[in-house]
Design a protein. Structure first.
Length: 469
């Protein structure tokens, strides 16, 4: 359990998982290129978080990859080992801990109101140079609330810096935050919004995860850290934010107003189209003394975004299928090659014919839009090994019998195969697409595997040296 981002970064450093960059960097092109090279040049398990100590023209350092540079880093954020991430999450989902409210906290050490509000004073990088129209905040913990139940939601939806006190917010219409904003709009009232940046990393982990609407992410974060998240009241809006956040941006969203947002280099690996989206009128910015700016690395997968979103989707889905519905699911994953959304692979101990399709349907029912390719295999297949999955597809599937296309389903909004690039992001044609379910399980008795008997294999393994190896 970490008090704040600083304590966590200190631990990363001790563990050799924080790489500090001393040379001065330009946030408007150089940070993005260093982050991309981190993913290109360093093997998946070795990638450290990055801390850019000197950012040209800014006093604050920029941290990137601090939640998901690698599974090793993510495990440290949760205070666990890489192989125990799933268990840690499953347990936390059953043991929510309500946040506590403090009267004041370090996130409000410095307060900028009215004319002193200036988003452009934050060192927000430009991510896809030559295509993005400007800087985007990629690790906002966007707090909104349901005007009726007052339950607060926290979600990560990118924020485009448009001026000193104007920002674009692109929350997909099925996202919990957008559902909340729409409820305020239906009452013709401005929606209050608060954006926290940088905190105990478990808050980032829950902010990008698909937990059910109405379950408060801060309570889930409490479950993950084993202690309540400490909150403080915002200064200008009726919302609460983590007391130790590095930066808090408060504001309102005017009902019915939409303005051009984007384009933005997306997690699919392509540029996403511009669209008409909500706009934030910033009322106040507070920050800690010597604040640190934190960003998530996204764009072309694999990325920090694909890693943290993947886990944040797999875990609630696994819990739902296995524990809520009692289905015989052994393992599941959204592959990072599919941006942790397009390709879903599930392994099961099938109990009766047709069960693979039932489980795929249950997965589609739990999480909207994801799983354009949903593949269900038997539990002898290691779904994290693409060779094994392709072997199952090769010899356990008859395409006319086992591949089913479902049309007119909710699509991945940012999938560039749904509509041409000049169709804006808000266009309804981007909402509908099709999916494939592939039953990769055995449908009848299978011949024996063509491998030597176990005892022969063991004998040779034990005497391996005698064969001259
Ligand atoms: C780096 C990063 C950026 C993201 N940007 C957006 C975004 O701009 N819009 C969006 O709707 N979802 C975005 N997401 C996905 C949401 O954070 C995710 O779906 C989360 O579950 C939303 O919270 P909610 O379920 O409470 O709505 C992003 C995720 C990550 C990791
Ligand atoms: Mn939510």
């Amino acid at each position: 359990m970490y008090a704040d981002l600083r304590e966590y970064l200190h631990l990363l450093e001790i563990k050799g998982k924080l790489h500090k960059i001393e040379v001065e960097v330009d946030k408007d092109w150089e940070i993005a290129a260093v982050c991309r090279n981190l993913f290109r040049k360093i093997p998946a398990n070795d990638r450290p978080a990055l801390m850019f100590q000197r950012v040209k023209g800014f006093a604050a350092p920029v941290v990137a990859g601090a939640l998901g540079a690698s599974r090793q880093v993510y495990a440290l954020a949760l205070g666990t080992e890489p192989e125990d991430i799933l268990d840690k999450w499953v347990t936390a989902q059953d043991r929510l801990i309500e946040p506590t409210l403090l009267s004041t906290g370090p996130c409000q050490e410095n307060r900028r109101m009215c004319d002193a509000v200036d988003l452009t004073a934050l060192p927000v990088p430009i991510w896809t140079v030559e295509h993005d129209p400007g800087p985007f905040i990629t690790s906002p913990y966007v707090c909104t609330k349901d005007p009726q139940t007052h339950v607060q939601n926290v979600g990560t939806y990118r924020v485009q810096v448009k001026g000193r006190n104007k920002a674009g917010l692109m929350a997909g219409r099925k996202q919990d935050g957008m559902v909340n904003i729409a409820k305020w709009e239906a009452m013709h009232q401005p929606a209050p919004i608060a954006i926290a940046i940088g905190s105990d990393p478990v808050i980032g982990a829950v902010s990008v995860s698909k937990i059910p609407y109405g379950v408060a992410e801060f309570s889930m974060a409490g479950g993950l850290r084993g202690a309540p998240v400490e909150l403080v009241k915002c200064l200008t809006v009726p919302l609460e934010v983590p007391a130790t956040a590095e930066i808090v941006i408060e504001g309102t969203i005017s009902p019915g107003v939409r303005a051009k947002e984007g384009p933005f280099g997306e997690y699919t690996g392509y540029m996403g189209s511009w669209g008409n989206h909500t706009e934030i009128d910033v009322t106040c910015i507070t920050h800690r003394n010597n604040y640190i700016y934190q960003a998530f690395i996204s764009q072309m997968p694999p990325s920090e975004s694909s890693l943290i979103r993947g886990i944040g989707r797999e875990v609630p889905l696994f819990k739902h299928l296995k524990y809520d519905l009692g289905l015989p699911v052994k393992d599941l994953c959204y592959t990072e090659s599919g941006g942790s959304g397009a390709i879903l692979i599930i392994s099961i101990a099938k109990q009766y014919p047709g069960q693979a399709r039932q489980i795929a349907s249950a997965a589609w029912g739990r999480i909207n839009s994801l799983g354009k390719y949903t593949i269900v295999v038997d539990d002898d297949i290691d779904i994290h090994n693409s060779f094994a999955v392709q072997w199952a597809l090769s010899f356990r599937v008859q395409p006319d019998r086992d591949i089913h296309i479902a049309g007119q389903m909710s699509a991945l909004g940012l999938d560039p195969s749904v509509a041409p690039a000049d169709v804006p992001q808000h266009d309804p044609s981007r909402l509908i697409g099709s999916r494939v379910f592939i039953d990769g399980t055995r449908k009848h008795d299978y011949p024996p595997l063509a491998v030597p008997p176990e005892e022969h294999m063991d004998f040779v393994k034990q005497n391996w040296g005698s064969y001259g190896f």
